[in-house]
Design a binder for this molecule. Structure first.
Ligand code: AMP
Ligand code: MG
Length: 334
């Protein structure tokens, strides 16, 4: 199929919305990463998203809404805590996992009886969703397993010819996907870290927030009981074509080890790329990680050496979650 290119002007966004309303699939920018949107209430349309991405059918989609009040279509009841989170963080990069209403197709939720919902804060995304007139299921607009797309060109590299249209917006502000927070139990649980951190959520709610234990484990560790509650977190993810190794330790040691390994590997005829973010510049690292992985792939490197960030809890932790998955948990400590 021919993939249409749209700008972010009003007429184009109206056309993009009409495609979604009529059962098609359209990629559009959000503040986190580009999403691939379909009518969340139409199982046929949602199936097209799974097929285009090559996404496993048990990996549920996040449903995007344009007005916080539309959450009533998704879930039967809002606790005071959920209302507080919406007031504090929407529109924005916080996804809430809630009990699902009957009408939401199982296809959208990967067979679960919960639904993940978010209101993005990108104006083009909000315009498309509100004009589509339906909740919009929108996973990241990449081939399953590849780094998430933070620019329109990344979407085209993966999905040109496989989807109805792309809205060619600007680069995404955040660069990593939303924080996913499970609100179905007594304690809020972070299933996927993002730039809305545990500290941010605790400050708003005044209660302790937990991490899904798998987030602090290495799946290669055979003693770990690696069973993430968020189905998507168990898959190989964000992977560049090159082999990737994460070097962990004190900053100076890391830099030295990366230089040493680079020289050795180049001496063997390999093309080596490096990813080394400024210390403590976690927001910038989030913004750049996926784009750098794709750039190094384009350059055709054989090997990527990346310096670990030291943050164990905040935005740096969210970046490390992606970096380690990209590297298939290939880690050396120095
Ligand atoms: P993506 O759409 O690519 O940003 O991925 C969505 C993430 O949200 C995946 O990790 C999903 O497993 C997770 N997710 C979506 N819906 C649910 C749900 N109902 N329960 C738990 N995790 C969910
Ligand atoms: Mg994704």
């Amino acid at each position: 199929m021919e993939t249409k290119r749209f700008t972010t002007n009003k007429e184009d966004l109206a056309e993009a919305a009409a495609i979604i309303r009529n059962g098609g699939i359209v990629a559009f920018p959000t503040e986190t990463v580009y999403g691939l949107g379909a009518n969340a209430l139409d199982p046929e349309a949602v199936k097209k998203v799974y097929d285009a991405k090559g996404r496993p059918g048990d990996n549920p989609m996040i449903v995007h809404i344009a007005r916080a009040s539309d959450i009533g279509q998704m879930t039967p009841m809002l606790s005071p805590k959920i209302v507080t989170l919406i007031e504090n963080f929407w529109p924005g990069p916080l996804t809430l996992v809630l009990k699902k209403k009957e009408g939401i197709p199982k296809r959208t939720t990967g067979g679960l009886d919960t639904v993940a919902v978010r209101m993005p804060d990108d104006p083009a995304a909000l315009e498309i969703i509100s004009r589509a007139g339906c909740p919009v299921a929108a996973p990241s607009a990449n081939l399953s397993g590849r780094p998430s797309p933070t620019r329109a060109e990344h979407v085209l590299a993966d999905l040109d010819g496989k989807i109805d249209a792309v809205v060619m917006g600007s680069e995404c502000r955040v660069g990593i996907e939303s924080t996913v927070l499970d609100m179905t139990g007594d304690v809020p649980v972070i299933l996927r870290p993002g730039i809305v951190t545990a500290d941010n959520i605790e400050a708003a709610l005044g209660v302790k927030v937990e991490y899904d234990p798998h987030l602090k484990q290495n799946p290669k560790d055979e003693t770990a009981d690696f069973k993430p509650r968020s189905p998507g977190m168990k898959y190989r993810h964000y992977a560049p074509k090159a082999d990737m190794l994460v070097v962990e330790g004190q900053r100076d040691d890391v830099k030295r080890e990366i230089e040493r390994l680079k020289k050795l590997n180049e001496g063997m005829g390999n093309k080596v790329g490096t990813i080394l973010f400024e210390e403590k510049a976690f927001i910038e690292a989030a913004h750049d990680l996926f784009a750098e992985l794709r750039e190094l792939d384009k350059e055709g490197v054989d090997m990527i050496l990346a310096g670990a960030l030291s943050d164990k809890d905040g935005v740096g932790f969210a970046v490390m979650n992606r970096m380690l998955k990209s590297a298939g948990y290939n880690i050396v400590k120095v």
